[in-house]
Design a protein around this ligand. Structure first.
Ligand code: NDP
Length: 304
């Protein structure tokens, strides 16, 4: 069986950036990704990735993917990693389809949308409850939708939805938003969007599809509800680390702990990059930078 110099787990900005660096160092590189894109592909417009004043997330990803493919990196898309065994210079990565040998690993598996955990959420997934506005917004043309969350993701989703829906509510559980002020200013100018503060979601109901969202007012404790055709849950993310060996150290948030100078984890030969790590700021440009760090560290490690 072929032994790759490095296997990169993930298909987002971190994974693709790492591959650009390892391939240019002539390390045989395999990417295993459930899907190429990650969260960046879900972002409507990205305005803080240097070199582009404004670019669609999916467009940025496609450019990166093309760059990686031109470097002859093998991408196993549609496979997901189930486990990692072995040790430094002789790892076995087991995917949903096959087993692969490699000398080193870069974990760049990113994070997954967090669930709200209220009654009705699971039941109505795909029937009004959604986690990706970029994917599902066109389904809500002329409908009423609610976005839950007060960070950049929620505002991003609301702005995307406003292009289709007739009314967009943003429900924020506290009395302030975490989103960037510039973003918030733009949202406030959109007449279709209404922000409801202190709204703590309690229950989602409907028949075939979602029809109502119940919430309580955190200040008055009054139970309230609004009629809605769709509910977009945008309340942050949790690290995707299900497949990671138990001896690989993670923090309380389940993020992989790395040495930020090198991207190294506590397991020799395993490096990590991007949002799956314990980096504080989860941004595409930071993922790209940390991936370059990990990839160069892999190169140094394999030279030894
Ligand atoms: P954030 O952690 O920034 O915000 C999460 C929001 O969800 C907060 O308002 C939080 O409320 C709320 N929340 C959390 N749990 C619940 C719950 N159980 N019920 C109701 N509300 C809840 O996450 P984001 O996904 O928005 O952003 C993550 C990172 O990605 C950020 O660094 C952001 O800047 C970046 N990002 C950048 C984008 C861009 O540049 N275009 C687009 C999207 C994201 P509370 O404040 O009360 O905890």
């Amino acid at each position: 069986m072929k032994k790759y110099d490095v296997i990169i787990v993930g298909g987002g900005v971190a994974a693709l950036s790492a591959a650009i660096y390892t391939a240019r160092k002539e390390l045989s590189t395999l990417i295993i990704a459930k899907e190429v894109g990650g969260q960046t592909a879900w972002a409507a417009d990205i305005e803080n990735y240097p070199g582009y004043e404004k670019i669609k997330g999916v467009e940025l990803i496609l450019k990166m993917k093309k760059q990686v493919e031109n470097l002859k990196v093998v991408i196993k898309e549609g496979e997901f990693v189930k486990g990692i065994s072995g040790k430094a210079k002789s790892f076995i990565v087991t995917s949903s389809v096959a087993k692969y040998n490699c000398q080193s690993i870069i974990i760049a598996s990113g994070k997954m949308p967090r669930k709200l955990g209220v009654p009705g959420e699971e039941e109505f997934v795909g029937r009004g409850v959604a986690y990706c506005a970029t994917c599902d917004a066109p389904l809500f043309r002329d409908k009423v939708v609610a976005v839950i969350g007060g960070g950049n993701s929620a505002l991003d989703a609301a702005s995307e939805l406003s292009q289709y829906a007739k009314k967009v509510y943003i429900l924020v559980r506290s009395d302030s938003l975490r989103a960037d002020p510039a973003f918030l200013e733009a949202i406030k100018k959109d007449k279709k969007i209404e922000i409801i503060l202190n709204a703590v979601p309690k229950k989602i109901t409907g028949e075939q599809f979602v029809s109502e969202l119940f919430y309580s007012d955190a200040k008055t404790k009054k139970e309230k509800s609004l009629k809605t055709d769709g509910i977009f849950i945008e309340i942050g993310y949790s690290a995707s680390t299900d497949f990671i060996p138990t001896n690989l150290k993670r923090n309380k948030l389940n993020e992989v702990i790395i040495d930020h100078k090198t991207g190294a984890t506590n397991v020799s030969g395993i490096f990590a990059a991007g949002d799956v790590t314990d980096c504080i700021y989860k941004q595409a440009v930071i993922s790209a930078g940390s991936a370059a760090t990990s990839a160069l560290s892999v190169y140094e490690y394999l030279k030894k």
